[in-house]
Design a binder for this molecule. Sequence first.
Ligand code: NDP
Length: 240
Amino acid sequence: MEKKLVVITGASSGFGAEIAKQLSELGYPLLLLARRIERLEALKLPKTLCRQVNITDRHSFEQAIKEAESQFGNVDCLVNNAGVMLLGNIEQQDAEEWENMFATNVLGLLHGMQLVLKKMKKNQSGTIINISSLAGRKTFEHHAAYSGTKFAVHGITETVRWELAPYNVRVITVSPGAAETELLEHTSRQDIKQGYTEWKSSINGVISAQDVAKAVVFCYQLPQNVCIREIAIAPTKQQN
Ligand code: NDP
């Protein structure tokens, strides 16, 4: 069967880049979005449109989807993966950091869902995969605002899953634990970064972006009438 269009946000590194590579190998046409377009283009994937989009800018997000649909047909799957994690304590954290996290992790994800769901409903088919986190199910030290964004992702995903179920559209949460990507690099507090890095070493390293990408691809490749509502995937040695 001919493979349909998949949109991946935050495909310039980490999980997004790996999901893109794995789906491309399976023959899917892709729309890859991120701010660092040179990183998207460097993947050199066939049947792929790369666009520089900040997902908090709804207009450019929408334009990129329209352009990809005119080339490859309607979006069959959206992987809402783009996100930022700026760890800190509310008492000291700069408000700009949590504004950035809520704008990207929550509002950007909502834009993505709204931009694709009308056509999916009409087609009676489609899949939205939202990348949340174990921090969307429970709390961790220094994670207050980040955890807030990911609890929001869980609530949004489960509600929209309920709303779209009658239309045969799947809405899925994938919740990774600690994985090796660029995510931690953006945290401004050096002491928190160092503590996190030491904890990762203490459990002999964490899972890879490839591991998480495999889980995403697995959910998507099941038949349309089978919806894995949620996957929590973490290093075996991660206790919390
Ligand atoms: P990375 O930092 O490697 O990747 C994040 C991606 O998001 C990048 O491609 C980045 O691209 C993109 N991005 C960030 N902000 C924006 C924006 N405003 N507009 C468009 N793209 C944006 O981290 P991960 O791969 O780890 O993160 C992917 C998702 O996984 C995130 O939602 C994260 O919260 C979640 N997660 C990660 C875990 C981990 O341990 N790694 C654990 C649990 C969840 P660019 O900068 O080019 O725009």
